[in-house]
Design a protein around this ligand. Sequence first.
Ligand code: ACM
Ligand code: ZN
Length: 485
Amino acid sequence: MKYAVLFAMLVCAITQANVNILPTPGKIVPATGFYKVGAGAEIGLDGTFSNHWKITFQPLEKELGDEGYQLEVAESGVTVRSNTEAGKYYALVSLKQLEGLATDGKIPCVNIEDQPKYGWRSFMIDSGRQYQKMDTIKGLLDRMALLKMNVFHWHLSENDGWRVEIKRYPNPTEIGAFIANGLEQHGFYTQDDIREIVAYAAERHIMVVPEIDVPGHSVAALTSYPELTCTGTAPHNYSPYLYCAGRESTYEFLFNVLDELCELFPSPYIHIGGDEAPKKDWKNCDLCQARIKELGLKNEHELQVELTNRLAKHLKSKGRKAICWGDVVTLPGQELEDNVVIHWWNYQRSKDKALREGIRRGMKVIANPNRYTYINFPQKHPWRGYKENRLFDFQTCYEKNPGDIRHPTAGEAKALLGMGTCLWTDHNLTEEWLDRRIFPRAFAMAEQMWSTAQHLPYEEFRARTYARESWLSGMGIGGDWAEEY
Ligand code: ACM
Ligand code: ZN
């Protein structure tokens, strides 16, 4: 018996060493022999593969959800079984990873069965504070595809940056895209650029969800259209300026912006922000106060819920859902529209309150707590404005992320749409810093979002992750995984 256990452990260890696919597939059954990869064989992240591969596609006879697949690697060839295009794609990504670590072009024969834990596996880039070039955005989508992440949450307005061309309102991109400090922060995406990114993402089975953050974090838009502020004058720094919720022109502007976003982005979800909106302006504004009185609201927070609901209703009329940061439920207020999804982020200040409130109200929730999913925070050392209290490393991310709920209660299971990670770009996190923040922690996030396999001990997960470093750098990705970043 003892020997049988040891033998099983040995087989398991050999399998894990040879079949190093991350996120870890749900089921890996080793087989004997090797598949010899033909010279010049390639698998592209757009789902294409060269004809050096002997791959056949077959229907899947088992229920493995919208993205599940079976991958059988035998000496005679590779068989992919899936009933969806996404499932086929993820089988090819797994095969690409196997091929990437092959020695002498030989892949160990294996049978894999896999499907994601969550349907929502998002990665957010803050293109508001820092503009990124088109190729950089495409590179981020490639990184996501390799990690089987499927939602690109694109934060397109932030403080003094506005990055999406809105034909009806040219000022935010004529003025708002160019008021930031630092030339590298200047720029915006034309509508053609956006369509190009949406198409590039779609090839990688990634949905692009745009975010326009309201009513706060909107200096660029409010500098462009000062008549939308409470005072009617342009802001001179990011806080505490909000769109005036007492003016109908605010709603008209935002509805029109949302209409253009809906045309550009086919995603069923549009993110309307809602975080960190200090209410000083609204407290001092006759129009906002009159609106509160007229609607019988209790306070300025309820005015924000009212604004959120009007935008959500508008999106509902177009068949879309509205995602809002958890601030809209962490204070008492009226019910939200039934198409609102809660984006839980502020673990630092309010722990899991947004999750709990979301569950209590029967809403859907995305788990993205700042500790420990905000991978712009440095790992080991304070950096620019990021102080000691913001640091967290790969191990912390892997073991202590409160959003990684491994044994959910019935309420959590019903509420959780999935998980997210965010890469904010404050303190001038320019393009050359992105990979130093993404790797290796994005591997931990991806594992939590996707894998249904037994949780690996950290040391083993770490070894498996670091085994991918040179493969990725060979593709021009990552480069430098020094954990002191
Ligand atoms: C946020 O981090 N303010 C959503
Ligand atoms: Zn006002």
